[in-house]
Write a protein that binds this ligand. Sequence first.
Ligand code: OSB
Ligand code: MG
Length: 369
Amino acid sequence: MKLDQIELREIQMPLVSFFETSFGRTTQRRILLVRVFGDGEVGYGEVTSPEGPFYNHESTGTAWHILREFVLPRVFQTSFQTPAGAAAILKPIRGHGMAKAGVEAALWDLHARQQGQPLHQLLGGSRRYIDCGVSIGIQETVADLIKKIEKEVSAGYQRIKIKIKPGWDLEVVREVRRHFPSILLMCDANSAYALSDISLFERLDEFNLLMIEQPLAWNDILDHIQLQKAIRTPICLDESILDAEDARKAIDSGACRIINIKLGRVGGHSEARRVHDVCAKHSIPVWCGGMLEAGIGRAHNIAMSTQPNFSLPGDVSASRRYFHRDIIDPEVEVDSQGRIQVLDGPGIGFAPNMKRIEAVTVRAEMFRP
Ligand code: OSB
Ligand code: MG
Protein backbone atom coordinates (compact mmCIF):
# COMPACT_ATOMS: atom_id res chain seq x y z
CA MET A 1 0.00 0.00 0.00
CA LYS A 2 1.41 3.38 -0.97
CA LEU A 3 0.94 6.04 1.69
CA ASP A 4 1.38 9.79 1.15
CA GLN A 5 1.02 10.93 4.75
CA ILE A 6 -0.33 9.97 8.15
CA GLU A 7 -1.93 12.33 10.63
CA LEU A 8 -2.08 11.84 14.41
CA ARG A 9 -4.57 13.89 16.31
CA GLU A 10 -5.63 14.05 19.94
CA ILE A 11 -9.22 14.95 20.71
CA GLN A 12 -10.77 15.53 24.13
CA MET A 13 -14.43 14.98 24.87
CA PRO A 14 -16.30 14.88 28.19
CA LEU A 15 -18.44 11.79 28.86
CA VAL A 16 -22.18 12.33 29.33
CA SER A 17 -21.79 10.68 32.74
CA PHE A 18 -18.79 9.34 34.62
CA PHE A 19 -17.76 5.73 34.04
CA GLU A 20 -16.30 3.91 37.05
CA THR A 21 -14.59 0.52 37.16
CA SER A 22 -12.59 -1.27 39.86
CA PHE A 23 -9.50 0.61 38.63
CA GLY A 24 -10.93 4.14 38.64
CA ARG A 25 -13.35 6.74 37.31
CA THR A 26 -13.30 8.38 33.85
CA THR A 27 -15.08 11.68 33.20
CA GLN A 28 -13.24 12.99 30.15
CA ARG A 29 -11.85 11.01 27.21
CA ARG A 30 -8.49 11.80 25.59
CA ILE A 31 -8.53 9.92 22.29
CA LEU A 32 -5.99 9.66 19.46
CA LEU A 33 -7.30 9.55 15.90
CA VAL A 34 -5.22 8.33 12.97
CA ARG A 35 -5.76 9.36 9.36
CA VAL A 36 -3.85 7.54 6.62
CA PHE A 37 -3.73 9.17 3.18
CA GLY A 38 -3.08 7.14 0.01
CA ASP A 39 -4.11 7.24 -3.66
CA GLY A 40 -6.59 10.06 -3.10
CA GLU A 41 -8.44 8.24 -0.29
CA VAL A 42 -8.32 8.65 3.49
CA GLY A 43 -8.65 5.86 6.07
CA TYR A 44 -9.66 6.50 9.69
CA GLY A 45 -8.60 4.73 12.86
CA GLU A 46 -8.96 5.34 16.59
CA VAL A 47 -6.54 4.41 19.38
CA THR A 48 -8.63 2.87 22.16
CA SER A 49 -6.18 3.31 25.04
CA PRO A 50 -7.58 4.84 28.20
CA GLU A 51 -6.12 8.05 29.64
CA GLY A 52 -3.91 6.26 32.17
CA PRO A 53 -2.21 2.82 32.49
CA PHE A 54 -4.78 1.18 34.76
CA TYR A 55 -6.73 -1.15 32.41
CA ASN A 56 -3.51 -2.29 30.73
CA HIS A 57 -0.07 -0.67 30.35
CA GLU A 58 -1.18 1.76 27.64
CA SER A 59 -2.25 5.41 27.92
CA THR A 60 -3.06 8.23 25.49
CA GLY A 61 0.45 9.58 26.03
CA THR A 62 2.32 6.28 25.54
CA ALA A 63 0.31 5.63 22.36
CA TRP A 64 1.36 9.00 20.88
CA HIS A 65 5.00 8.23 21.73
CA ILE A 66 4.97 4.65 20.35
CA LEU A 67 3.18 5.74 17.18
CA ARG A 68 5.45 8.69 16.50
CA GLU A 69 8.78 7.03 17.31
CA PHE A 70 8.26 3.43 16.25
CA VAL A 71 5.03 2.59 14.45
CA LEU A 72 4.85 5.34 11.81
CA PRO A 73 8.53 5.06 10.76
CA ARG A 74 8.05 1.30 10.19
CA VAL A 75 4.85 1.80 8.25
CA PHE A 76 6.60 4.30 5.96
CA GLN A 77 9.89 2.40 5.60
CA THR A 78 8.64 -1.15 5.02
CA SER A 79 6.54 -2.15 2.03
CA PHE A 80 3.35 -4.16 2.47
CA GLN A 81 0.47 -5.04 0.18
CA THR A 82 -2.43 -5.31 2.61
CA PRO A 83 -3.41 -4.15 6.13
CA ALA A 84 -2.60 -7.69 7.33
CA GLY A 85 0.90 -7.14 5.93
CA ALA A 86 1.16 -3.94 7.96
CA ALA A 87 0.13 -5.85 11.10
CA ALA A 88 2.95 -8.33 10.41
CA ILE A 89 5.62 -5.61 10.16
CA LEU A 90 4.42 -4.13 13.47
CA LYS A 91 4.76 -7.44 15.28
CA PRO A 92 8.38 -6.85 16.45
CA ILE A 93 7.07 -3.93 18.54
CA ARG A 94 6.15 -5.79 21.70
CA GLY A 95 2.88 -4.90 23.38
CA HIS A 96 1.24 -1.52 22.71
CA GLY A 97 -1.58 -3.23 20.82
CA MET A 98 -3.90 -0.23 21.08
CA ALA A 99 -1.34 2.13 19.55
CA LYS A 100 -0.63 -0.32 16.71
CA ALA A 101 -4.32 -1.06 16.18
CA GLY A 102 -5.10 2.65 15.65
CA VAL A 103 -2.94 2.63 12.50
CA GLU A 104 -3.82 -0.90 11.42
CA ALA A 105 -7.53 -0.10 11.60
CA ALA A 106 -7.02 3.11 9.58
CA LEU A 107 -5.21 1.02 6.92
CA TRP A 108 -8.13 -1.45 6.79
CA ASP A 109 -10.54 1.45 6.31
CA LEU A 110 -8.30 2.93 3.59
CA HIS A 111 -7.95 -0.44 1.85
CA ALA A 112 -11.72 -1.00 1.91
CA ARG A 113 -12.37 2.50 0.53
CA GLN A 114 -9.78 1.93 -2.22
CA GLN A 115 -11.64 -1.27 -3.20
CA GLY A 116 -15.01 0.52 -2.91
CA GLN A 117 -16.13 -2.14 -0.40
CA PRO A 118 -17.56 -2.05 3.11
CA LEU A 119 -14.97 -2.99 5.74
CA HIS A 120 -17.26 -5.64 7.26
CA GLN A 121 -17.26 -7.45 3.92
CA LEU A 122 -13.43 -7.37 3.67
CA LEU A 123 -13.23 -8.81 7.18
CA GLY A 124 -15.47 -11.72 6.18
CA GLY A 125 -18.48 -10.57 8.18
CA SER A 126 -22.01 -11.56 7.31
CA ARG A 127 -24.30 -10.13 10.01
CA ARG A 128 -26.68 -7.35 8.95
CA TYR A 129 -27.37 -6.39 12.58
CA ILE A 130 -25.17 -6.34 15.68
CA ASP A 131 -26.67 -7.46 19.01
CA CYS A 132 -26.03 -4.90 21.73
CA GLY A 133 -25.61 -4.94 25.47
CA VAL A 134 -24.50 -2.15 27.79
CA SER A 135 -21.75 -1.89 30.38
CA ILE A 136 -22.84 0.08 33.45
CA GLY A 137 -20.18 1.42 35.77
CA ILE A 138 -20.06 1.47 39.55
CA GLN A 139 -22.59 4.01 40.88
CA GLU A 140 -22.85 6.12 44.04
CA THR A 141 -25.79 4.02 45.28
CA VAL A 142 -27.53 0.76 44.38
CA ALA A 143 -30.69 2.80 43.71
CA ASP A 144 -28.80 4.78 41.03
CA LEU A 145 -27.66 1.50 39.47
CA ILE A 146 -31.19 0.06 39.41
CA LYS A 147 -32.45 3.26 37.75
CA LYS A 148 -29.75 3.06 35.06
CA ILE A 149 -30.48 -0.60 34.36
CA GLU A 150 -34.21 0.16 34.13
CA LYS A 151 -33.50 2.81 31.50
CA GLU A 152 -31.29 0.56 29.36
CA VAL A 153 -33.63 -2.43 29.60
CA SER A 154 -36.56 -0.29 28.44
CA ALA A 155 -34.44 1.10 25.60
CA GLY A 156 -34.17 -2.50 24.34
CA TYR A 157 -30.58 -3.47 25.19
CA GLN A 158 -30.28 -7.25 25.18
CA ARG A 159 -27.80 -7.76 28.00
CA ILE A 160 -26.73 -5.79 31.07
CA LYS A 161 -23.18 -5.85 32.41
CA ILE A 162 -22.41 -4.31 35.76
CA LYS A 163 -18.97 -3.54 37.12
CA ILE A 164 -17.98 -5.06 40.45
CA LYS A 165 -15.14 -4.48 42.93
CA PRO A 166 -14.54 -5.52 46.55
CA GLY A 167 -17.32 -3.87 48.57
CA TRP A 168 -19.59 -3.51 45.48
CA ASP A 169 -20.27 -7.11 44.51
CA LEU A 170 -22.42 -9.84 46.11
CA GLU A 171 -25.11 -7.63 47.67
CA VAL A 172 -25.29 -5.41 44.59
CA VAL A 173 -25.73 -8.41 42.28
CA ARG A 174 -28.37 -9.81 44.66
CA GLU A 175 -30.37 -6.54 44.56
CA VAL A 176 -30.09 -6.24 40.77
CA ARG A 177 -31.26 -9.84 40.33
CA ARG A 178 -34.16 -9.24 42.72
CA HIS A 179 -35.34 -6.26 40.60
CA PHE A 180 -34.66 -7.95 37.24
CA PRO A 181 -35.18 -11.71 37.69
CA SER A 182 -35.00 -12.63 33.99
CA ILE A 183 -32.62 -10.23 32.18
CA LEU A 184 -29.35 -11.46 30.68
CA LEU A 185 -26.99 -10.23 33.39
CA MET A 186 -23.22 -10.43 33.81
CA CYS A 187 -20.52 -8.70 35.81
CA ASP A 188 -16.99 -7.48 35.12
CA ALA A 189 -14.36 -7.25 37.88
CA ASN A 190 -11.50 -5.81 35.79
CA SER A 191 -9.01 -7.96 37.72
CA ALA A 192 -10.01 -6.75 41.19
CA TYR A 193 -9.88 -10.18 42.91
CA ALA A 194 -7.50 -13.01 43.79
CA LEU A 195 -7.94 -16.78 44.06
CA SER A 196 -8.38 -16.31 47.80
CA ASP A 197 -11.77 -14.68 47.00
CA ILE A 198 -13.05 -17.99 45.62
CA SER A 199 -15.97 -18.16 48.07
CA LEU A 200 -17.39 -14.88 46.67
CA PHE A 201 -17.48 -16.41 43.18
CA GLU A 202 -19.05 -19.62 44.48
CA ARG A 203 -21.81 -17.51 45.99
CA LEU A 204 -22.32 -15.54 42.75
CA ASP A 205 -23.21 -18.87 41.06
CA GLU A 206 -26.65 -18.52 42.63
CA PHE A 207 -27.61 -15.52 40.44
CA ASN A 208 -27.61 -17.18 37.05
CA LEU A 209 -25.08 -14.77 35.54
CA LEU A 210 -24.37 -15.15 31.83
CA MET A 211 -20.65 -14.87 32.69
CA ILE A 212 -18.13 -13.24 35.01
CA GLU A 213 -15.60 -11.15 33.14
CA GLN A 214 -11.93 -10.99 34.14
CA PRO A 215 -12.26 -11.76 37.86
CA LEU A 216 -8.53 -12.30 38.52
CA ALA A 217 -5.24 -10.64 37.58
CA TRP A 218 -4.89 -8.89 34.20
CA ASN A 219 -1.87 -11.05 33.31
CA ASP A 220 -3.12 -14.36 34.70
CA ILE A 221 -4.27 -17.58 33.06
CA LEU A 222 -3.35 -20.20 35.71
CA ASP A 223 -5.47 -18.98 38.62
CA HIS A 224 -8.45 -18.58 36.29
CA ILE A 225 -8.18 -22.34 35.56
CA GLN A 226 -8.60 -23.07 39.27
CA LEU A 227 -11.48 -20.62 39.60
CA GLN A 228 -13.34 -21.92 36.53
CA LYS A 229 -13.08 -25.47 37.95
CA ALA A 230 -14.71 -24.28 41.17
CA ILE A 231 -17.73 -22.41 39.73
CA ARG A 232 -20.60 -23.08 37.31
CA THR A 233 -20.79 -19.54 35.88
CA PRO A 234 -18.66 -19.22 32.74
CA ILE A 235 -15.55 -17.05 33.06
CA CYS A 236 -14.97 -14.60 30.21
CA LEU A 237 -11.43 -13.30 29.77
CA ASP A 238 -10.78 -9.72 28.66
CA GLU A 239 -7.46 -8.23 29.90
CA SER A 240 -5.63 -11.60 29.84
CA ILE A 241 -6.08 -12.25 26.09
CA LEU A 242 -3.67 -10.25 23.93
CA ASP A 243 -3.52 -12.50 20.87
CA ALA A 244 -4.71 -15.77 19.33
CA GLU A 245 -2.00 -17.74 21.15
CA ASP A 246 -3.27 -16.47 24.51
CA ALA A 247 -6.79 -17.47 23.44
CA ARG A 248 -5.66 -20.98 22.48
CA LYS A 249 -3.85 -21.47 25.80
CA ALA A 250 -6.74 -20.12 27.87
CA ILE A 251 -9.22 -22.37 26.04
CA ASP A 252 -7.06 -25.51 26.09
CA SER A 253 -6.37 -25.14 29.79
CA GLY A 254 -9.99 -24.40 30.74
CA ALA A 255 -9.31 -20.88 32.07
CA CYS A 256 -12.46 -19.51 30.41
CA ARG A 257 -15.53 -20.50 28.37
CA ILE A 258 -16.08 -17.15 26.64
CA ILE A 259 -13.71 -14.49 25.26
CA ASN A 260 -14.23 -10.76 24.87
CA ILE A 261 -12.42 -9.37 21.82
CA LYS A 262 -11.26 -5.77 21.84
CA LEU A 263 -9.76 -4.53 18.61
CA GLY A 264 -7.14 -2.40 20.37
CA ARG A 265 -6.16 -4.89 23.07
CA VAL A 266 -5.27 -7.55 20.47
CA GLY A 267 -3.48 -5.09 18.14
CA GLY A 268 -5.95 -4.70 15.27
CA HIS A 269 -8.39 -6.40 12.92
CA SER A 270 -5.89 -8.98 11.66
CA GLU A 271 -5.22 -10.43 15.11
CA ALA A 272 -8.86 -9.97 16.18
CA ARG A 273 -9.85 -12.23 13.30
CA ARG A 274 -7.33 -14.87 14.41
CA VAL A 275 -8.70 -14.76 17.97
CA HIS A 276 -12.21 -15.04 16.54
CA ASP A 277 -11.21 -18.05 14.42
CA VAL A 278 -9.39 -19.91 17.20
CA CYS A 279 -12.43 -19.46 19.45
CA ALA A 280 -14.79 -20.63 16.67
CA LYS A 281 -12.66 -23.75 16.16
CA HIS A 282 -13.09 -24.62 19.84
CA SER A 283 -16.79 -23.62 20.02
CA ILE A 284 -16.00 -20.72 22.35
CA PRO A 285 -18.34 -17.77 21.71
CA VAL A 286 -16.89 -14.26 21.49
CA TRP A 287 -18.34 -10.77 21.83
CA CYS A 288 -17.05 -7.28 21.14
CA GLY A 289 -15.78 -5.38 24.16
CA GLY A 290 -15.69 -1.59 24.38
CA MET A 291 -13.26 1.07 25.58
CA LEU A 292 -15.62 4.08 25.64
CA GLU A 293 -14.78 4.69 21.99
CA ALA A 294 -15.73 7.73 19.97
CA GLY A 295 -17.46 7.17 16.62
CA ILE A 296 -14.52 5.95 14.57
CA GLY A 297 -13.59 3.25 17.06
CA ARG A 298 -17.26 2.40 17.46
CA ALA A 299 -17.67 2.01 13.68
CA HIS A 300 -14.66 -0.35 13.57
CA ASN A 301 -16.20 -2.37 16.41
CA ILE A 302 -19.43 -2.72 14.43
CA ALA A 303 -17.57 -3.94 11.34
CA MET A 304 -15.60 -6.44 13.44
CA SER A 305 -18.76 -7.72 15.15
CA THR A 306 -20.31 -8.86 11.84
CA GLN A 307 -18.08 -11.97 11.91
CA PRO A 308 -20.06 -15.15 12.60
CA ASN A 309 -18.66 -16.18 16.00
CA PHE A 310 -19.59 -12.82 17.57
CA SER A 311 -22.64 -14.66 18.85
CA LEU A 312 -23.24 -12.89 22.19
CA PRO A 313 -24.38 -9.25 22.60
CA GLY A 314 -21.37 -6.92 22.81
CA ASP A 315 -20.56 -3.72 24.72
CA VAL A 316 -21.04 -1.63 21.55
CA SER A 317 -23.93 0.75 22.19
CA ALA A 318 -25.39 4.06 21.00
CA SER A 319 -23.18 7.17 20.66
CA ARG A 320 -25.53 9.18 22.85
CA ARG A 321 -24.76 7.01 25.90
CA TYR A 322 -21.22 8.41 25.86
CA PHE A 323 -21.07 11.82 24.16
CA HIS A 324 -23.34 14.83 23.66
CA ARG A 325 -22.24 14.88 20.04
CA ASP A 326 -20.20 12.08 18.43
CA ILE A 327 -17.61 12.63 15.68
CA ILE A 328 -19.33 10.61 12.93
CA ASP A 329 -22.46 10.97 10.78
CA PRO A 330 -24.84 9.37 11.34
CA GLU A 331 -24.20 8.76 15.04
CA VAL A 332 -24.49 5.12 16.13
CA GLU A 333 -28.07 4.31 17.06
CA VAL A 334 -29.61 1.23 18.60
CA ASP A 335 -33.13 0.09 17.66
CA SER A 336 -35.87 -0.95 20.09
CA GLN A 337 -34.74 -4.59 19.81
CA GLY A 338 -31.25 -3.66 20.97
CA ARG A 339 -29.56 -3.95 17.59
CA ILE A 340 -27.33 -1.75 15.43
CA GLN A 341 -27.95 -1.96 11.71
CA VAL A 342 -24.75 -2.52 9.70
CA LEU A 343 -24.15 0.19 7.06
CA ASP A 344 -22.96 -0.66 3.55
CA GLY A 345 -20.95 2.40 2.54
CA PRO A 346 -17.27 1.94 1.65
CA GLY A 347 -14.86 1.44 4.57
CA ILE A 348 -16.31 1.88 8.05
CA GLY A 349 -19.56 3.10 6.47
CA PHE A 350 -19.94 6.11 8.79
CA ALA A 351 -18.64 9.56 7.73
CA PRO A 352 -16.15 11.19 10.11
CA ASN A 353 -17.34 14.75 10.76
CA MET A 354 -14.13 16.79 10.31
CA LYS A 355 -15.74 20.01 11.47
CA ARG A 356 -16.71 18.36 14.74
CA ILE A 357 -13.30 16.65 15.00
CA GLU A 358 -11.48 19.99 14.50
CA ALA A 359 -13.58 21.52 17.24
CA VAL A 360 -12.41 18.97 19.84
CA THR A 361 -8.77 18.63 18.68
CA VAL A 362 -6.06 19.62 21.17
CA ARG A 363 -2.99 18.62 19.13
CA ALA A 364 -2.30 17.30 15.65
CA GLU A 365 0.83 16.35 13.73
CA MET A 366 1.32 15.27 10.11
CA PHE A 367 3.98 12.68 9.19
CA ARG A 368 5.43 12.00 5.72
CA PRO A 369 7.68 9.19 4.39
O1 OSB B 1 -13.36 -3.92 30.93
O2 OSB B 1 -14.80 -3.87 29.41
C1 OSB B 1 -14.02 -3.26 30.15
C2 OSB B 1 -14.43 0.52 29.69
C3 OSB B 1 -13.13 0.94 29.90
C4 OSB B 1 -12.17 0.01 30.21
C5 OSB B 1 -12.49 -1.34 30.31
C6 OSB B 1 -13.79 -1.78 30.09
C7 OSB B 1 -14.77 -0.82 29.81
C8 OSB B 1 -16.17 -1.14 29.65
C9 OSB B 1 -17.00 -0.17 28.85
O3 OSB B 1 -16.73 -2.07 30.19
C10 OSB B 1 -17.48 -0.69 27.57
C11 OSB B 1 -18.06 0.44 26.75
O4 OSB B 1 -19.21 0.78 26.98
O5 OSB B 1 -17.35 0.97 25.88
MG1 MG C 1 -13.80 -5.96 30.70
